[in-house]
Design a protein around this ligand. Sequence first.
Ligand code: DCP
Ligand code: MG
Length: 370
Amino acid sequence: MEKSPVQTYRKIIHIDMDAFYASVEQRDNPEYRGIPLVVGGSPEGRGGVVATASYEARKFGIRSAMPSKQALQLCPHATFVRPRFPAYKEASQKIREIFSRYTYLIEPLSLDEAYLDVTTDKLNIGSAIEIAKQIKQAIKDELQLTASAGISINKFVAKTASDINKPDGLTFIGPSAIEAFMEKLPVEKFFGVGKVTAQKMKNMGLHTGEDLKKLAEEELTKHFGKVGRFYYQIVRGIDNREVQPDRETKSLAAEDTFPYDLTTIEEMEAELDKIANTVCTRLQTYQLKGRTVTLKIKYSDFKQITRNQSFPAGFNDLETVCATAKRLLAATNPEDKKIRLLGISLSNFGEVVTRPKEEKPTDQLKLFPF
Ligand code: DCP
Ligand code: MG
């Protein structure tokens, strides 16, 4: 008898910082905490629009993109400040560094939000919910900021989920909950539905996902153009868009700091074997082949050196990586040294990171639990 195929799912997290610019300002300027704060625009009503508002200011109805004049009318005692982009950029880089501890598949959408595909995660945590919790905690501990996370099997549901329990939210919509979630969703929350389309839908008597679901695909495309096809699928929980890492991964590395200094070649080579194994497993998971092997050595006096060797063609096999690393080590006269740290990295991929081979949704892998 033929076995029924095992349904497999991606594990997607969408992270979005809460009132991002305003929260950075409140963090850096204690006098702004707990008060209605507006970033962007000018309080004199001389033009300009609101970039964002603190949650205290949102209570008065102040929103992003609103003219500052209107914001002032809504809340005359609001404090207005100019944006400090370098500070937001710095926070943004730090959150991305936190994301990169967990996965290579990160797609930033703006300074304050990103999709993460954690179907395979670097730390073998396995649970997307646990990863989202850890990321939120790291953002709190290391940046004194809060983020909201949405977790699901696709981008659309994850992004929608991250928005519904803001601030400091964590919302998981599992496969069996998606249908009901989409049916209840107001049309204006659908991806790509702006004010105009939402009004058009409402005029047609379409208020929620449930209403949209009643329309055939042809009807949706007739009324809304190409995006109608996307609505048709998404309302059924189907969104196959992949998380697209935005830039090339330049190198892939592993290293180890030892509890005591290594003094013999045997010890050093044994450690290199382990480190090479970690690097090669990662390279193979991501189908990357590097042309350059770099060996990093830190001595007990904290002096650090790197040595590298390049080849005409890329590779990711343990044998070549190990042999190269050991040759590079031998050339440093390691016999009379005390080594505290060893690391191996591969670079010169000439290819962008692609998703892991085994993650194709059709493969029969058991990827649960979340
Ligand atoms: N932003 C902007 N102009 C807009 C929208 C946003 O300058 N029209 C900036 C300011 C925001 C940042 O981008 O802080 C992130 O945008 P979000 O839409 O994620 O809004 P916030 O992070 O401010 O608030 P939320 O808690 O709703 O995510
Ligand atoms: Mg945000």
